[in-house]
Design a protein around this ligand. Structure first.
Ligand code: NI
Length: 397
């Protein structure tokens, strides 16, 4: 066997010819070497379109600017349509993996495994062209996940109208290659990014009584925001309020006119999300007023929590068990407080977001978004086979 093709559990590897396996590895390495940021996935889009055409997929549409939706016909007229989604964008990180196929784009890196996710989708297409599902399968190659915008744009395009269920996954080095998480309920958190602009009255640093000091108000506000999770949220519920940016002032002896802070709020239920977001607003206004300041709160990059539907999770767990055996399906054992815009699909369509083990034997648990992040190449075949099987299982009439 070609030494460039990684070892995978034999039952999974048997689903791919040597030629197909080599093709997927080459595609993934090429995507990894040429990462593109959100909404700039122009080369990636063309490369993926070419890869699908090479498999004989003919019904391919460009959607959401730099994304693709392709259709593989099913075998049974009227059987439900299933969507498989792979995200395709990269991050503004300087790669430090030392891989032979490391990023050739300075300061841009596939540090979240979306090169693998895109290749899974093409790999699933490869398997489904040979053995189609009962219903049609839509392959969704989605741009701009990292900025939380791509999924909403794909939905707006109408390309997913009438879909019964949608499946997607994420590589995860907390799990070994061959382990798959497919469970119902919350899997990842909502993401709401806030900017609070406080405005007061500037003055000389020696005459604070002539000012309304936005820096002192900002310091009080940061402390107050930290009481939301500790005093207001049910302690049995996960939640995060983080202030990650503070900007104010130009000199040590000047009290500025304004001060700005930015942060992020995470929750796993809609109720908890509403409470956290509402309290950030309430405290911003209340603390500002107490310090004779005005506050403007702006929200952006808003995604709901990822909540897998019971039927979607059951189909995905069955699919993973059919590919790898029932022992491969493992509990998540935590809640990911990161966000994922797959949540927008799950608000409207049944489905499941899977975690797919990507740690090679003896490997480290390197987190995503690290400059050293990489996925074990074996995970390429597992994700592709499990997603193809999800389409077959969920489209049974
Ligand atoms: Ni990601």
């Amino acid at each position: 066997m070609n030494e460039n093709i990684p070892a995978v559990p034999a039952i999974v590897r048997a689903r791919f010819s040597d030629e197909d396996a080599a093709r997927l590895v080459a595609l993934r390495r090429d995507l990894h070497a040429h990462p593109e940021l959100s909404w700039k996935e122009v080369r990636t889009q063309s490369r993926l379109e070419e890869a699908l055409r090479a498999l004989g997929v003919t019904d391919i549409r460009r959607v959401a600017d730099t994304g693709l939706v392709a259709r593989i016909p099913g075998t049974v007229t009227g059987a439900p349509t299933i969507a498989l989604r792979g995200d395709i964008d990269a991050l503004p990180i300087q790669e430090a993996t030392g891989l032979p196929y490391a990023s050739r784009h300075d300061g841009v890196m596939h540090a979240c495994g979306h090169d693998v996710h895109a290749t899974w989708t093409v790999g699933a297409a490869l398997l489904l062209m040979k053995e189609p599902a009962a219903g049609d399968t839509l392959l969704v190659l989605q741009p701009a996940e990292e900025v939380g915008q791509g999924a909403a744009r794909v939905l707006e395009s109408g390309a997913l109208a009438g879909v019964r269920a949608i499946f997607g996954g994420h590589v995860d080095r907390r799990f070994a290659v061959g382990e798959v998480v497919a469970q119902a309920g919350p899997l990842a958190a909502s993401t709401d990014t806030f900017t609070i602009a406080l405005t007061g009255t500037g003055a000389h640093g020696a005459r604070p009584h002539e000012s309304a000091d936005p820096i002192v108000g900002l310091a009080a506000l940061i402390s107050s925001l930290q009481t939301i999770v500790s005093r207001r949220l049910d302690p049995a519920q996960p939640g995060v309020v983080t202030v990650g940016m503070v900007q104010a002032g130009s000199a040590p002896n000047i009290i500025p006119e304004g001060a700005t802070l930015r942060g992020t709020v995470r929750a796993t239920t809609t109720a908890a999300r509403e409470l956290l977001v509402g309290d950030v607003e309430r405290l911003a206004q209340g603390v500002a007023s107490a310090h004779r300041l005005s506050a403007i709160v702006r929200w952006d990059e808003r995604t709901p929590p990822v909540v897998n539907s019971p039927d979607g999770a059951a189909w995905a767990a069955e699919a993973a068990a059919r590919v790898l055996g029932a022992d491969a399906v493992v509990p998540f054992g935590t809640t990911n407080m990161g966000g994922e815009d797959f949540a927008f699909y799950l608000e409207r369509i049944a489905g499941c977001f899977l975690r797919i083990g990507a740690r090679e034997e003896g490997g480290e648990r390197i987190p995503a978004h690290s400059p050293r992040f990489q996925s074990a190449e074996e995970s390429l075949f597992i994700g592709a086979a499990v997603l193809a099987e999800c389409a077959r299982v969920a489209s049974r009439p």
